[in-house]
Design a protein around this ligand. Structure first.
Ligand code: 5GP
Ligand code: ZN
Length: 149
């Protein structure tokens, strides 16, 4: 049988971690290689690689944990701000194939960037192109909601 991923091993208690929060569906732990003090990962306990494959109940639990923890993390490390993000799929740079939200405390003058800086190679599209993209997204959302019915 395939070896469980590192986050599944942490969830089971088979690998060590600095755990900061846990409930029935979610675990939060310090990132082993932090970008800043207090860099925290929130993960669903279910082994799911990508956000779009998460169940709605786990999505609710994950965002609720994010909502509850962000202020406390900021206060604990006296950070005035945070950057929050998900590397969703290998092409985005995701290395651990178990969904996780990064909460990265930010400090004045920390020389970090904004989330929009992760993909800079794109030119500004024309209004017509924007219309077409928006239309395709609206269609895809409609299709997905039909599949859920
Ligand atoms: P991503 O998959 O979003 O690129 O990043 C994975 C993150 O998980 C990295 O920031 C990395 O430092 C962290 N990480 C990888 N292995 C472990 C581990 O064994 N324990 C903890 N606490 N974090 C880990
Ligand atoms: Zn896993």
């Amino acid at each position: 049988m395939e070896r469980p991923c590192i986050f599944c091993r942490i969830i089971r208690g088979d690998a060590p971690a600095h755990r900061v929060y846990e409930d029935e569906r979610v675990l939060a732990l310090l990132d082993i290689n932090p970008c800043s003090p207090g860099h925290t990962l929130i993960i669903p306990k279910a082994h799911v690689g990508r956000l779009e494959n998460l169940s709605e109940d786990d999505a609710i639990a994950l965002f609720l944990a994010l909502h509850r923890l962000t202020g406390s993390i900021q206060r604990a490390v006296e950070a005035p701000a945070t950057t929050i993000g998900i590397n969703n799929g290998p092409e985005s740079g995701q290395e651990v194939p178990h969904l996780h939200i990064h909460i990265i405390p930010r400090f004045k003058g920390d020389r970090g960037g904004v989330v929009q800086s992760v993909a800079r190679g794109y030119r500004r599209p024309s209004d017509e192109e924007m219309y077409k993209i928006a239309e395709r997204i609206r269609e895809a959302i409609k299709e997905a909601s039909k599949r859920r019915d």
